[in-house]
Write a protein that binds this ligand. Sequence first.
Ligand SMILES: *Cc1c(COP(=O)(O)O)cnc(C)c1O
Length: 371
Amino acid sequence: MIPYSRQDIDERDIKAVSRTMRSDWLTQGPETEKFERSLAGYCGAKYAIAVANGTAALHAAYVAAGIKKGDEVITTPLTFSATSNMALAVGAKVIFADIDEKTGNLNPAEVARKITKRTKAIVVVDYGGNPVDLRAFRALAKKHSLVLIEDAAQALGATYRGRKIGSVADMTTFSFHPVKSITTGEGGAILTDRKDYADTLRLFRTHGIRKGNPKHPAWHQEMLLLGFNYRLTDMQAALGSSQLRRLNTFITKRRAAASRYFKLLKGSRLILPPEDSLRSSAWHLFPIRISRGQVKRRDEVFAGMRRRGIGVQVHHVPVHLHPYYRSLGYKKGLCPKAEQFAASEISLPLYPSITEREQRFIVKTLLQLLG
Ligand SMILES: *Cc1c(COP(=O)(O)O)cnc(C)c1O
C-alpha cells in the first residue's frame, strides 16, 4: 500500500526523544521552550506557543482573539472540521464563505459579502499547504477591525510573497500530526507578534493559572481565565526541534514530488493545482480534480485506486455538509463552489520519501481508470 502521507523519522529524532526521556523533565519544560524559540525563529514571528495538537491551537487562538457567544466567525467549508468546531466550542456562530475554485482557498470577495456588525474574526485555511491571498485578507480585516487567524495546519514551511507562513496573520496555527509538514506525534502551536495574545495563549494552555507573581509568597497561584491542559510534552518538543531542522529538506522533497506530478499529468483532462504555487506551497496535498464531464466517475476512480493499493483521500468533506452541521441548520447549496470542488477532488499520495516509481504507478493507474 502506498499511503497518502507518512512521517519521516530518522535516528536523530529517536535520539532526541530518548535523551529527553532520561532527563528530569517529561512534560512541558526546557525542550518546549527551545522548540518554541526555534519555531518562532524559523517563521519570523515574535512568539510561538506550543500546545497539545492543532485543534487545541485553534481553540486557544479563538479564546485569545476574544471570540465569544454571539460573535460571528467567517471561515471556509473546505477544511478539516476542527477549524469551525473550535469556533462553535467558544460559542460563536460559524459563517461559511465560498472558495476560489482554482486554489480551493477562501475567496476574499465572498468573505467580504458575509461581514456583519457581529463578525469578530476571519479564519483562513491554506488548503493543501498553498497560502491564501493574505494581502487581501489583511486589508479586509483591517478595514472592518477583525482578527485575522490563519489555520496553517497544512502550510508550515510555505511562503507568501517571500515571507514565511506564521509571520503574516494576527495569529497562525500549526499542527504536528504525522501527516503534516513536521510531526511531534500529536502537537500544535500558535504564532503571533502580539504579547497580549501570547500571554493569554500561555495561560489558556495551563488551566488559566498564573504562578510566580512576585507580590505573593512562592506557593501562590491564581486562576485568571477558564483554561485547559493543552500542554505539549518535552519528549514531543524534542522531536519537534529535531524535525524542524529538516523542515526545509522535507519541503524541497515534497516540491520535487509535486513537480513530477505536474510533468506526469501534463496533457491529461484533469484539473491540477495551481502550478504557480510550486515554490510557495508547503505541498501538504496534491489535490487533483476530475473534469466537469467526468465528475460522476470520481468515486469509481477513487475505489479503483484504493483497490490497487494507492492510498488516495478526499480533502475535505465540506464542513457544512456533515450531519452535525446539518443538524444546526446548514444546508447543501450554501457554498456551491466548495461543494463542487469536493465532489470532484482526489488527493494523490504526497510525502517526502515518495519515489518517482511510485508516482509513475499512481499516475498510470489514475489515467487508466479514467479511460
Ligand atoms: C490537521 C488539521 C487540523 C487539526 O490538527 P490536529 O493536530 O489533528 O488537531 C486543523 N485544521 C486543518 C486545516 C488541518 O489540516
